[in-house]
Design a protein around this ligand. Structure first.
Ligand SMILES: N[C@@H](CCC(=O)N[C@@H](CS)C(=O)NCC(=O)O)C(=O)O
Length: 283
């Protein structure tokens, strides 16, 4: 691809203009809060501040799975952080996540309260706290950590790379779309080959590695995130489709997908099981 006017980077990059694209108004080259705002607190020890995006849904899926096992201590309040309106830059949220991104968790059941940010850290924290969905044996735990870290390192190429340039950038540029489509297809092939000989990412047991990976790669092959089903030929990754469908149909996963999702069958906030029971599951 050649550009009509080649871009020559200046010696020093300056933040002069919004870059355009769907998230231009919330992108900044600096961290820290933009305004004072305390976070609401509900009655349960676990306070989740999130949004029903793939990174947010990882955590609500785990919490709903824990509750489905009968672990009542996993009851939680889920508050909506509207990233389009800059809620992630409020002082209370930044105290929980200095990186200003959902999800953020505050466990008020410890003294002092424990903050946890980064979706995978939250999954590990909760799985270990309740001793469920994470293997404790050395080799199995290593396999689980390997896939979780794989997901955390890989998904930014899917979302921030492919998704950004294919769906959100102000124009379609061949070079980045080509580069990230190739990488996402390679990642799908990694998953497909792994799932050829096992039911779940780490073997025969479903665990937090699957919960971390399904919201991105599972939803990509089932629903075609970024309207890319045909472009990426996602149905050709048959083992990933089979794995994703099995997870997608789990009752706790159906519930977890609906939390912090205003509109449709979703709920804006979740404070009690009845909040989800009250609305019909459409997916
Ligand atoms: N590595 C982080 C990524 C979290 C993330 O990118 N969250 C997005 C929504 S999916 C966000 O809050 N974006 C707001 C922003 O970038 O200002 C994690 O897994 O928790």
């Amino acid at each position: 691809m050649t550009q009509s006017t080649p871009y020559v980077p200046p010696k020093v990059w300056k933040w002069e203009a919004e870059s355009g694209g769907r998230f231009a108004s919330i992108n900044r080259p600096i961290a820290g809060p933009t305004h004072e705002k305390e976070l609401p607190v509900g009655e349960h020890p676990l306070q989740l501040y999130s949004l029903g995006t793939p990174n947010g849904v990882k955590v609500t899926i785990l919490l709903e799975e824990l509750l489905a096992l009968g672990i009542e201590e996993a009851e939680y309040d889920a508050w909506l952080i509207n990233i389009g309106e800059g809620d992630q830059f409020g002082s209370g949220f930044v105290d929980i996540n200095p990186n200003s991104k959902i999800p953020g968790l505050l466990d008020r059941g410890t003294s002092p309260p424990t903050r946890v940010f980064e979706s995978a850290a939250i999954l590990m924290y909760l799985a270990e706290k309740f001793d469920a969905f994470v293997p404790t044996n050395g080799a199995e735990r290593a396999e689980c950590l390997s896939w979780i870290f794989w997901q955390m390192g890989s998904a930014p190429y899917l979302g921030g790379g492919f998704g950004h340039f294919y769906a959100y950038a102000p124009e379609k540029w061949e070079y980045p779309i080509d580069r990230f489509a190739m990488e996402v297809k390679r990642q799908l092939d990694v998953l497909d080959r792994n799932l050829a000989s096992r039911s779940f990412l780490c073997g025969e047991d479903y665990n937090i590695a699957d919960m971390a990976t399904y919201p991105w790669y599972g939803q990509l092959v089932l629903n075609g995130l970024y309207d890319s089903k045909e472009f990426l030929q996602v149905e050709s990754y048959a083992n990933v489709v089979r794995w994703a469908q099995e997870i997608h149909n789990r009752p706790a996963v159906k519930r977890g997908r609906r939390v912090n999702r205003p509109g449709g069958s979703g709920v804006r906030e979740r404070h009690d099981a009845s909040d989800l029971d009250a609305t019909e599951s459409a997916t």
